[in-house]
Design a protein around this ligand. Sequence first.
Ligand code: PLP
Length: 411
Amino acid sequence: MTIAPSNSSTIDPAITERHRQKFPALTDKAYFNYGGQGPMARESLDAIQQAHETMQQKGPFAESVYAWLSQELGSTRKVLAQELQIPMEALTLTENVTVGCNIALWGLDWQAGDHLLMSDCEHPGVIAAAQELSRRYGVELTTCPLLATLNQGDPTAIIAEHLRPETRLLMISHILWNTGQVIPLQEIVEVCHAHAPNPVWVLVDAAQSAGALPLRLTDSGVDFYAFTGHKWWCGPAGLGGLYIRPEVFEQIHPTFIGRRGITVDEAGNPAAWQSSGKRFEISTSDFSLAAGLKSAIALHNQWGSAEARYQRICELSHYLWERLTQLPKVACLRTTPPESGIVSFQINSDSAAAANLQPKLVAALEQQGIFLRTLLHPNCIRACTHYFTLESEIDRLVEAIQQWIANEIIS
Ligand SMILES: Cc1ncc(COP(=O)(O)O)c(C=O)c1O
């Protein structure tokens, strides 16, 4: 049987081919690690280099550099605000997702006995932050079982069941990094905000959703949305952001504090907090990264809208999922087609060496120029498709897995 991605006829492969040529990393690889880090386009690399050149030519320490930087950062904030559908003032630039989650976590005025709820599919970095917060402030930390809702069940109902009168914050990912499940964010926010006796705020880890899903954050009602540019947006590592809902902005406080977060008086002393999301920015950073991320986002929009890109991501992940489900000894975690670009699967074997098979397969594929990763919870392999993934890349991956299984397990 021949399988092709649905709607594939509407995508001109020549356009995708030309688009891919802009990414030096893609010339000789079959790349499926977008959930870890996206490749950077030549234009983004050049934009960063150009920003450095400009800063060196003008200064680097000079009034004119600061005027230029303020314009550069301003235009990147504008682009991000447009992508996320938020007011520019509600955006804090950070280094990555983890920093954004930490700003929200540590910024709340926690009292001993408060409750923090998170899902059982969060990233170890943010789990560790929540655990330390729990230890330091006597906050009760519990998890709710979203992994079990992958193929059946209602994540919103599970979360609602686990809220308590003392719950102050829910921390969840918009797309679960291990299974690719898309969480019904708006519905969950509504349940949390309507919770009695106190509304529960929602902090979202957007590592796998920003740059992949079309987003309207203001409409979603979410309180905190922590994202990075270096995964699905294919921007440089080291630049991300945090959206804080304007209605809760004054109720969280900066933990790390520096010159970017304040204004100074005539004598040069700290005078006031910044009134925008800049309040949570700290000090000197690699400002050239802003040009790289802005350029990366412009390139995606040249290819198509966020909706069109998401649709293509899902067509391709559907195709990959369908092909994998037909392989012997391979079991996709999902029993229905994916709703994101993440396809996770397990290699099944009765042999005593089963536990080592997945890392062995990933290492063998990397030797052939095919890039995926293993995950520990649940124990699986994760492959990600982007909108510019090629069907031929997917075919190459599936055939390489089939061949490896034939050699290592079946023979
Ligand atoms: C769900 C999730 N959260 C957080 C992170 C960490 O992201 P960052 O390096 O941007 O802090 C990752 C990285 O893979 C992730 O997948």
